[in-house]
Design a protein around this ligand. Structure first.
Ligand code: PXP
Length: 256
């Protein structure tokens, strides 16, 4: 079984560019669900650069499939999660200056804080997923903490795929090596009783070998889907505006 959760953060990024009320992430979530998405993923960042606290409450009301909220394991965020009660919280590392999440959590280096966050969330019926690199030591630590799921970070694989450069042969080897790490990590996690998700930088171009990893049950994909939606919807959006202007202009000529 495999599930696609669509990350709708960048719908909010567009809205926040104008601090207006469109496009609404809830409308996007509903369309994703109608198109067959199995869940909605969203990241409440400390700097609130895209999703706002009120979006989470609205998404909790509107999403009928599965709501996965990514957040840093800070007291502020855990309090918010306990109020909103999404189906799953994915704990991620966060650096204020980063453009996007840069890699997985250091579970082994932050055992106490992460274990405490897992305990508090689980006590309130929220499943916890840990976003980690394909590193067996990190996975072992995640399973010892009784996380429900890990989401294996595919950022390095994605970076290698998107920058093949001139030395295609060398890159191909690097890509295959990283894919093998993803395969081994998935196998190891599933054997340890963890559910396995993947995410970060996955695209229509690079998804195929990752989607062939049998242990992976969930895909969290955002940027590439939103980017494509903006372009495949552009033709219709422009035509609709031309029609609106033409209708108005034809009314003008019939008045004169
Ligand atoms: N999974 C996690 C933990 C993330 O932080 C992100 C980005 O917010 C994604 C998945 C989605 O990544 P992308 O937007 O590159 O598909």
């Amino acid at each position: 079984m495999s599930r696609l959760n669509v990350n709708i953060d960048h719908i909010a990024t567009i809205r926040q560019a104008r601090r207006t009320n469109e496009p609404n992430p809830v409308s996007a979530a509903v369309i994703c669900e109608l198109a067959g998405a199995d869940g909605i993923t969203t990241h409440l960042r400390g700097d609130r650069r895209h999703i706002q606290d009120y979006d989470l409450l609205a998404l909790k009301q509107a999403v009928i499939t599965h709501l996965n909220v990514e957040m840093a394991p800070t007291d502020e965020m855990i309090e918010i999660a306990l109020r909103v009660k999404p189906d799953v919280v994915t704990l991620v590392p966060e650096r204020p200056q980063e453009v996007t999440t840069e890699g997985g959590l250091d579970v082994t280096g932050n055992r106490k804080a992460i274990a405490e966050a897992i305990r508090r969330l689980t006590e309130h019926g929220i499943f916890v997923s840990l976003f980690i690199d394909p590193d067996l030591g990190q996975i072992k630590a995640a399973s010892r903490m009784r996380a429900y799921q890990i989401e294996i970070c595919t950022a390095l694989y994605a970076r290698l795929c998107e920058n093949p450069g001139d030395q295609t042969v060398r890159r191909t080897k690097e890509i295959e090596k990283e894919l093998e790490r993803l395969r081994q990590a998935s196998k190891y996690a599933a054997r340890a009783g963890l559910k396995v998700a993947v995410g970060h930088g996955l695209t229509y171009r690079n998804i195929d070998p990752v989607a062939r990893i049998p242990e992976v049950e969930e895909f969290n994909i955002g940027h590439n889907i939103i980017a494509r939606a903006a372009l495949v919807g552009m033709d219709r959006a422009v035509r609709e505006m031309i029609d609106a202007i033409r209708r108005a202009r034809s009314g003008l000529s019939s008045q004169t």
